[in-house]
Design a protein around this ligand. Sequence first.
Ligand code: AMP
Length: 542
Amino acid sequence: MATYGIDLGTTYSCVAYVDDTGRPVIAKNAIGQETTPSVVYFETSDNVVVGQDAKGSAKLFPDQVVQLIKRQMGQKFELEFHGAKHTPESISALILKELTRAAAEQTNEEVRDVVITVPAYFGVAEREATRNAGEIAGLNVLNLIPEPVAAALHYEKLSAEGTSTILVYDLGGGTFDTTVIRLDGDDVRVLCTDGDHRLGGADWDQRIADHLLESFLAENPESTAGESEDFLQELAIAAEDMKKGLSSATSRRYNMRFDGATARVEVTRETFESLTEDLLARTFEITQRTLDAAAAQGISAFDDVLLVGGSVRMPAVNEGLRKRFGFEPKLHDPDLAVAKGAARFALIEAVKVRLPGEADGAAAASGAAAEREIEQAADQLGLEPEKVRRLAGRRVTTVVPRAFGVKTVDVADDGAESFSVSHVLKANTALPAATEPERFATAYEEQTEINIEIWEQAGAAESEDLADNAKIGEGIITGLPRLRKGSPIDISFAMDELGTLRVYAVELQTNKDLHIEVSIQGLSETQVSQAKEAIARYAVSE
Ligand code: AMP
């Protein structure tokens, strides 16, 4: 059975698998396209349309069409269509269902084992939500892989052997990441990553749409066009078309009409670039931060700068990176690289599931038994045994995407409390990660309980302010004797390769301890299976 890589994008999604010759191939969608808009149209109470037609329906039925749902992943967010409640997970599951249905039609086999890509900068909650979306869609999610790592895996296939350090600049439809990756023989290692998952091509579209509306209203000041959902949807679609056009042409025209009033607008590439200058500058600030983080690890030169994501087709990206950083960026299969790399990773994971001993680097079962296992895996995956042996040795190492810590309180002499977050597990630590115990102290006299709150960095950079962090879990050590203020507590953090966070705290006087497995405030197992049943009743089509 083949394994599949799915690029579940903010604006477009894409599926790939590795064919018999070892090449990653895109599974085209029901209408023969390589990428599918990540748009869902709840047409009736039991019929859902995903993709191009859904995107086209946004204009007529804006209340029944969901776009950019990836931006809500990991958040408590509910939408209702035809009386049924939906979450970002269940809506993403509908996209996954259609993508895999179309892929199965093309490859003539059921799609079950998949790897789904996530922005490198996704936090724990967003990753968990993505995994749950896969489960709700009835898929077996072997693993998740950061998008830039997937892109690098695909690129590596085409590059020479040896060690190289690459910078991936990934500007998709709704997210932006920069990541430094080291490729070394069988090792693919993320060294550092940064990003903004609310910055992408859709923001560039919005600037044009705003500009079009302003131009229309300038010529028709009395018009109520700005209040018409239909008109605004029309502008949104036109804006994306215009933006794409401006990647090759230097000027585009558009005619608008509303309620008998008209306006004709010309947008030059120069105007477009000045309307969106600050957005591009934000990507460069994040790139600079990534370069600083890499420099702190002793890396100041890159063998290649890879541009990934549909939005890197905007000429300003390449020009800006050259001018500001002196890079010679390469555009490399920007729309498909992520899905193709994910397909290669899915194959590696599928081998590891079947040969767990080898994947851990432990001594593999000896002789004939090991051979049998390899042959069996090769048979199941339709690969040569030699290839299976090679894939089993591959290692893909990623890093903690954001800092994690505990909430601390400082109590002044007058009793005033000030709260902050003290980060224990730093961003960009290689996974699996385990920190040394860090010493904290009780804040009040006669505490008999210690409440431990786990917080995750939410802003772009590590900051102690509560406002720049999000609470993701908590636990409590109880039954303590009345402790003196300042009694020591040791706290350590560990995170496994799948992003599960474990916190261990111990009060040193009594040795009372606390293990917290941070279960993210996402869907419970029951909610996942309920959602799975709920979406099973929809007929989903392109
Ligand atoms: P991705 O999520 O990586 O598929 O990227 C999709 C984004 O790339 C969307 O915002 C598209 O509008 C944008 N995009 C695709 N083609 C072009 C192009 N030729 N010029 C500018 N943006 C593009």
